[in-house]
Design a protein around this ligand. Structure first.
Ligand code: ADP
Ligand code: MN
Ligand code: MN
Ligand code: MN
Ligand code: MN
Length: 381
């Protein structure tokens, strides 16, 4: 998403008046009996590599593992992922969460995307081929190779709420600017913590779903918020992060508010949005050798700075200017307790001789499959 050319979804101010949500609430509250069926909302990443899509199907009520769920398909010509004449995309269920919207035994299913398998001459099926937008596939391979080293991640997801009609940050004066930054970070009070209902409802939804959300806070830009997911091991980090974003879009939709994960929603002297990735593994978590392991990993990361930067989010160059608590994207640096570095090591790490460190370079629109996979490849493989 580019803030200069805001996308207009089919939002119409009048919709609010047509849909009376008290009617919806009546049925959702009273019709709880689903006759031994559940709804499974299959969620996947569409053709931009960023857009989230989903559709539902009814299944018999059972205790499912991802591999027990049926694979499915969708029309890839409608998501920019396949030509019209051969449009089917194959969906493979990978992770299951409880559905905080439908509640009960209903589930959300994070999937990844493949070309449909075809029959060989001997009747066997061809191997599944991941779509170009399926970044999960490579990440899962890397996580499998690094499994014994137990990589853990914690991602800090920053985002900004926008008025869905004007595309201007929620609560900002029409066509104008609020008082400058300072009072908003971790704030309380009207005009400071703007739109708190959204992070609050999202927080509960994540907890209900089984996402390991570890906290929420108001951010520096008015109407900007953050939540953290972690620590989560391996491929589950990307799955949980993408599903947490799906929940964020769904919650904001109920308030008719738009969410932007753009790294620099407002140009100028306003903070951008990051997606700091906190990282540790078995070696860094054990004292006293952990501190040495962290230093070695930082050295390795310094040697592949350009490769990482290129994979850390679209439009990140608008954010990583060296101002607003960022490092310049042209230089690599790491340091203890320094928020102006590419990588920040916690103040207690040299004291306790173990722990984790924070890669501050990824932007808010990072693909967690790409970033976690690359961190593992550079430092552990
Ligand atoms: P900051 O001080 O940079 O704002 P936050 O508190 O927002 O940090 O986020 C820290 C993240 O690090 C959380 O998601 C937390 O779960 C995660 N984390 C904690 N311990 C570890 C660890 N050992 N390895 C990886 N991530 C961790
Ligand atoms: Mn149809
Ligand atoms: Mn944080
Ligand atoms: Mn933050
Ligand atoms: Mn941070």
């Amino acid at each position: 998403q580019d803030s200069a050319t805001p996308m207009v979804f089919g939002t119409d101010e009048k919709i609010e008046g047509i849909l009376d949500q008290s009617i919806t609430r009546h049925f959702l509250t009273n019709l709880k009996d689903q006759n031994n069926k559940i709804c499974a909302e299959y969620v996947w990443i569409g053709g931009t590599g960023w857009d989230l899509r989903s559709k539902s199907r009814t299944l018999d009520k059972k205790d499912y593992k991802p591999q027990d769920l049926p694979c499915w398909n969708y029309d890839g010509s409608s998501t920019g992922q396949a030509p019209g004449e051969d449009s089917e995309v194959y969906l493979v269920p990978r992770a299951i969460y409880k559905d905080p919207f439908r509640m009960g035994d209903n589930i959300l299913v994070m999937c990844d995307t493949y070309e449909p398998p075809r029959a060989n001459k001997d009747g066997s099926m061809t191997a599944l081929k991941p779509l170009p937008t399926n970044t999960r596939h490579l990440c899962a391979e890397r996580m499998e190779k690094a499994k014994d080293q137990e990589p853990w991640f914690g991602i800090e997801q920053e985002y900004t709420l926008l008025n869905s009609v004007t595309k201007w940050p929620l609560g900002w004066p029409k066509g104008g600017y609020p008082a400058g930054q300072g009072p908003y970070y971790c704030s309380v009070g009207a005009g400071r913590s703007i739109g708190r209902d959204i992070p609050e409802v999202h927080y509960r939804c994540c907890l209900h779903a089984g996402i390991q959300i570890s906290g929420v806070n108001g951010e520096v830009l008015p109407s900007q918020w953050e939540y953290q997911v972690g620590p989560v091991e391996g491929i589950a980090m990307g799955d949980q992060m993408w599903m947490s974003r799906y929940l964020m879009y769904r919650v904001a939709e109920l308030f008719n508010v738009e969410v932007t994960f753009d790294p620099k929603p407002i140009p100028g002297d306003w903070n951008g949005s990051g997606g700091h990735v906190n990282f540790s593994n078995k070696a860094t978590r054990v004292a006293p050798t952990g501190w040495q392991a962290i230093q070695e990993q930082c050295e390795k990361l310094g040697k592949r700075h350009a490769l990482h930067i290129a994979a850390y989010g679209e439009g990140n160059e608008r954010r990583l200017t060296g101002k607003h608590e960022t490092s310049s994207m042209n230089d690599f640096s790491w340091g203890v307790a320094n928020r102006g570095c590419s990588i920040r090591v916690g103040r207690m790490v040299p004291v306790e001789k173990c722990g984790y460190y924070e890669d501050r370079r990824p932007s808010s629109n990072l693909d967690p499959y790409v970033v976690t996979g690359l961190l593992v490849e550079t430092t552990l493989l």
